[in-house]
Design a protein around this ligand. Sequence first.
Ligand SMILES: [Zn+2]
Length: 152
Amino acid sequence: MTYSDKLKDPRWQKKRLEILERDEWECTNCGDGKSTLHIHHQYYEKATDPWDYPDYCYTTLCEICHKEIADNKSYLDNLIARVGYAEIARIKGYVKALLMEDQLVDAKVGSIEEATGISDALGTNPRLVEIMASANGGVFRQSDYSYIVRNC
Ligand SMILES: [Zn+2]
């Protein structure tokens, strides 16, 4: 079954309607409720059917925002392909810090480069992030994040 066949599957049609309802039939990026709306997968995994992702993976976007996000992701993939392992780890840390801000989650810190990325996002010293994570088995906690945002 091709991907386009899968998008005709009733399980996808049902999931699509659930997400449109959840997002109140508006683009979650610009608020447009009059243009054609798409359900965007924030990420893909091999061997996972389009309807089988957790709900946080989906977001409703208008056609224009969907294209813009897809183009930006593609451009970002091209940029990331041109940097080394340390820079990728640093970007990973930066993105983890952004997720901490949005979703109030803890972040596993796998390397000093990841700690540097987190500290880049927070405007603090990477050593502070590394010390806080080391004190908690390599996990930079939401409470540490909030402490730095408030005090540093
Ligand atoms: Zn939009």
